[in-house]
Each structure stands twice: as structure tokens, then as C-alpha cells.
Design a protein around this ligand. Structure first.
Ligand code: PLP
Length: 389
């Protein structure tokens, strides 16, 4: 391809021009089974007829009106998000990192309003990933990601997942917020235990720390509940959502509990494109589909894929763990994840390699039973070709 796009990603050679459900097609007509969903984005797969129709209709009405005026779609999306999360109010932006930035700002201003303006630090988890903008990068753990871009936000303490004493020590320093992913995505599909999530909630309550759950990757139904943390019965003060929410269009949101709804006043924060009609129209389609039974499909297909992967782990010693829930799953395969990823790609299955030793699967929520079975066959076939060393 050309040379005018900055080389910030390693891209495969294929040029994808179209798709249908969980299948993507190249310019030459080669078909790939999409077990990656554009990295957890394409919840409705490709060219979903209801989404296509809704967006066609919306393009013919208004693409953008600015946040200086109302349009009829933002409030219904916000109301559906409030209901699905059990929280209250929504700030709209355009990406996961922007949602995280917003959550960090809300946390700091919350303390500012309460007369604790010095309460500006953050606690975050080792292995956590929250995005590449300055604030989000500051609470992202991987030192290589942060090192070239300092100085970042001061006062960030990283705690090991499941280290309850480390967490209590960090919160005793009275940070503005604790941010965590209930299931770490980029960190290798690592689920926090329900006990640790509950302990984090209790420790935040005890210290007045704002609890931010970053569910940009795990949220919007991907794990079989609308929020992954709902499986543990834990509610955050703020939750960030993005990737699948508009089924392929850029969107990010922070959903806040009632006490935080007025923390950001006019002039404190904003987003030119945030909550525009097109992204909101797409989000309405996704949220309605989840209400109409898509969550059941995620659970069924997730269980099928997890069963299949667990069977492969029993057959192939190279696999050390099957991780995740719903349609957010990973195979830990030390020293061989990149090789397996390559073998899958060669067999027409899109996945990706994360945290060095995990092959990650984030398929569309609409993937069929037959497609999951075909994907498992391809994974089996690819595993038989791995080198012995
Ligand atoms: N938070 C989490 C948990 C993510 O997985 C990601 C992206 O992978 C982000 C934040 C950043 O989202 P974006 O790439 O949309 O800025």
C-alpha cells in the first residue's frame, strides 16, 4: 500500500473491501472468518441489514447538528445506557481513550468541588490498558508505551491484580480514582476475581475514591452481561464504554452514577463530534438488538467457543490456559502465540496476539453456530502445525 499513513500499526497485507456477518472479503475475493471483529468493535458483524438501513436513513436526514442543539437520538441512547448499566447520566465522545480522559477529569473535579483539590492522583492495575492519549496513557501500565512521552500525569500508582493489601495501601494515599478493567483485554484476557472487584468497591467506598470501570473492551454485552462487572454484582461510580457501542462507528461514553451527574458544568469539557446523530443511530440499533435477544446469542456462542477451546487445551499441551467469558476469549500459548496467529491467518481466520503469549478472540455477537464450529476446526488444524520446540 502507499506510504502516506504513519506506520503506527503492523498491518497484514490483505485489503478488505466488504463483509457479511462474521465474514470479511478481500479485493481478490478471498474470505476470512472474522474472530476479531475489528478488535471488539463489529458487534453486528459486517453489513448488518438493520444497521445498514438505519444508517442510510440517517444519512438522508442529518449527520451532525453540534452539541449546541438537540437532536432526537442522544437522549434515547443515554436512557438505554442508564438502564443497562444501572447508572444515571451519559457523556458522549468518540473513542475509548476520550471516555477514559473524561472519567479522569470527572474524578478530579469531584474532589475539587468537595474542597479536596489536592486529591489528583490515580490508582490503576498492572497489565491495565486504557488508551493512548496523555491521561489515558498515564494510567496504562506498560512502561514501553509510556516511556517516550513523559512527563505524563503525576501521582499514578500501579497495583498488581488480586493484591488486596497493595490496593488498600494505594487507596490509603487518597487518589482521586481507581481505574480498572474487570477483564483486562490488551493485558491478555485476564478476568479479575469477583472477590477482588468487590474488595475494590469496598476500599473505594471506605476512602471516598471514585471507582472507574473501564469496560471499553468488555462492555456492551460482550461477556454475556451488559457490563462484565455485573457478573460480580459490582457497580462502579463511572463506567467507560466504546468499541462495540455503535457497531463500527466511532463512539465513546462515560456513564455516571447520580451523585456525579453535575460534576462537569458547561465549559468544563466537551466534544465537537460526541453524541452526533449518526453514531447515536447506530448505538440505538445495537442497544435494541441486545434487548431483543442478542445477549442470549452472545452467551450461547461464547459457551460454544469456550467449550471448544477448552477441548483444544486438553488435546494440545502447548496451551496453558483458556481465559475470558462470553465472546471475549483468549488462549494462552507461551512462546507460540505469534506462530499460532500466523497459522490461523493462513487458514482464513482473523484473531490477534496480545500480551506476548495470548491469542485473542473477539468475534461479532452475530456469529453463527456453524461459523464458531468452522473457526474451531481451523484453530485445531493450525495447532497441529505448530513447531515442537
Ligand atoms: N480502554 C480499553 C479497556 C481498551 O481496550 C481500549 C482499546 O483497546 C481503550 C481503552 C482505548 O480505546 P480507543 O482505542 O478507542 O481510544
Amino acid at each position: 500500500m502507499g506510504e502516506h499513513v504513519m506506520p503506527t500499526y503492523h498491518r497484514a497485507d490483505e485489503v478488505f473491501v466488504a463483509g457479511d456477518g462474521a465474514v470479511l472479503r478481500t479485493a481478490e475475493g478471498r474470505e476470512f472468518l472474522d474472530f476479531l471483529g475489528g478488535i471488539a468493535v463489529s458487534a453486528l458483524g459486517h453489513a448488518h441489514p438493520v444497521l445498514v438501513e438505519a444508517l442510510r436513513d440517517q444519512v438522508g436526514r442529518a449527520l451532525h447538528v453540534s452539541n449546541l442543539y438537540h437532536h432526537p437520538l442522544a437522549e434515547p441512547v443515554a436512557a438505554m445506557l442508564a438502564e443497562a448499566t444501572g447508572l444515571d447520566t451519559v457523556f458522549f465522545c468518540n473513542s475509548g481513550a476520550e471516555a477514559v480522559e473524561t472519567a479522569l477529569k470527572i474524578a478530579r473535579k469531584h474532589h475539587h468541588l468537595r474542597g479536596e483539590a489536592g486529591r489528583t492522583g490515580f490508582a490503576a492495575l498492572c497489565g491495565g490498558f486504557h488508551g493512548r492519549t496523555a491521561g489515558a496513557l498515564s494510567v496504562t501500565h506498560k512502561p514501553e508505551y509510556r516511556a517516550p512521552f513523559g512527563p505524563l500525569l503525576e501521582g499514578v500508582t500501579f497495583v498488581q491484580p488480586e493484591d488486596s493489601i497493595g490496593l488498600e495501601t494505594a487507596l490509603a494515599q487518597r487518589p482521586a480514582a481507581l481505574i480498572l478493567e474487570p477483564i483486562q483485554g490488551e493485558g491478555g484476557i485476564r478476568a479479575l476475581s469477583a472477590d477482588f472487584l468487590r474488595l475494590a468497591r469496598a476500599a473505594c467506598d471506605a476512602t471516598g475514591t471514585v471507582l472507574i470501570h473501564d469496560e471499553v473492551q468488555s462492555g456492551c454485552g460482550r461477556t454475556g452481561t451488559f457490563l462484565a462487572a455485573q457478573a460480580a454484582g459490582v457497580q462502579p461510580d463511572l463506567v467507560t464504554l466504546a468499541k462495540p457501542l455503535a457497531a463500527g462507528l466511532p463512539i465513546g461514553v462515560v456513564v455516571a452514577r447520580p451523585e456525579l451527574r453535575r460534576v462537569l458544568a458547561p465549559g468544563d469539557h466537551g466534544s465537537t463530534f460526541g453524541g452526533g446523530p449518526l453514531a447515536c443511530r447506530a448505538a440505538l440499533v445495537l442497544l435494541q438488538a441486545l434487548r431483543d435477544g442478542l445477549l442470549d446469542d452472545v452467551r450461547a456462542r461464547g459457551a460454544q467457543l469456550q467449550r471448544g477451546l477448552t477441548g483444544l487445551a486438553a488435546e494440545f499441551d502447548a496451551i496453558t490456559e483458556v481465559r475470558g467469558r462470553g465472546l471475549m476469549l483468549g488462549l494462552q500459548i507461551p512462546n507460540k502465540a505469534a506462530e499460532l496467529h500466523g497459522a490461523l491467518h493462513a487458514r482464513g481466520l482473523l484473531a490477534n496476539c496480545t500480551a506476548g503469549d495470548v491469542v485473542r478472540f473477539l468475534p461479532p455477537f452475530v456469529i453463527s453456530e456453524a461459523q464458531v464450529a468452522t473457526g474451531l476446526d481451523r484453530i485445531h488444524d493450525a495447532l497441529t502445525t505448530l513447531s515442537d520446540d
